[in-house]
Design a protein around this ligand. Structure first.
Ligand code: AMP
Length: 234
């Protein structure tokens, strides 16, 4: 059976978890309701109440790739993922991605963390060469270069917290939200590199071919983000 959709279908790439949960109200405001719960279903393509709109479930780090190669018309992913993806491609525009909107969801930060018994400030002051484990090599490289700190980056794909605990690295660069994961692993945040939120990412060619339906979704999201932002103002 072929899963190639009719030409007018809009495919939205999402990852399970926080992004999926937090995008639901924005989708609802755009009149789109996902008809299956990804935590209960094993399906990777989920229907919505709108016959022309479907959701594909992919790993967060694969969202830009699906959108770039046209596996999805649009997607939602963190700024961290976008920076790492565009570093591989020499910029978002060169990968054919259009980033129209900061959705202001799944907020967290990228930080440097070390073991609580590691004197990070002293190591930096002494000009020590630091071993840094991270999934976010582009962000980490740029950050330490801007500080003039020499680092050996160790690329990991998960459980970064383990690296300092096993002595493999002096520090990690990872996403931090509440800080509970760091605390549970006897690590502490020593630098806040950047704030992160999720962005809408759109395939530029799809935007030309399916301008009206994609614009309607982008505009509905934008209106909700603007309303949420002004409601949050003091
Ligand atoms: P926390 O314990 O709340 O600081 O969360 C930290 C853990 O959750 C780390 O393993 C992060 O990789 C992950 N995390 C936190 N916020 C996000 C987010 N917005 N998107 C994806 N992963 C996140």
């Amino acid at each position: 059976m072929s899963h190639t959709p009719p030409a007018a279908t809009i495919t939205l790439a999402l990852s399970k978890g926080r992004i999926f949960d937090e995008i639901m109200p924005l989708l609802a405001a755009a009149g789109i309701e996902v008809l299956e719960d990804p935590e209960k279903s094993r399906k990777l393509i989920l229907p919505t109440n709108r016959p022309e709109v479907r959701v594909v479930l992919v790993r967060a780090s694969d969202v830009p790739t699906y959108v770039q190669y046209g596996g999805a018309d649009m997607g939602v992913c963190g700024k961290d993922t976008l920076i790492e993806h565009s570093a591989e491609w020499g910029g978002a525009a060169r990968s054919g991605l259009y980033l129209p909107l900061d959705l202001q969801i799944a907020k967290c930060r990228v930080s440097v963390a070390v073991r609580t018994d590691f004197d990070y400030a002293q190591a930096v002051k002494k000009g020590s060469r630091l071993k840094v484990a991270t999934k976010y090599t582009a962000i980490a490289r740029e950050f330490f270069a801007s500080k003039g700190v020499h680092v050996d980056l160790i690329k990991l794909y998960g459980s970064m917290e383990l690296a300092p605990l096993t002595g493999m690295a002096d520090a990690i660069v990872d996403l931090v939200s509440t800080g509970n994961t760091l605390k549970a692993n006897h690590l502490m945040e020593v630098e806040r590199i950047m704030d992160i939120s999720s962005h809408l990412v759109v395939n530029q060619a799809a935007l030309k071919l399916k301008m009206a339906p994609l614009r309607r979704i982008i505009d509905a999201f934008a209106a909700t983000v603007a309303a949420n932002t002004s409601a949050a103002l003091p």
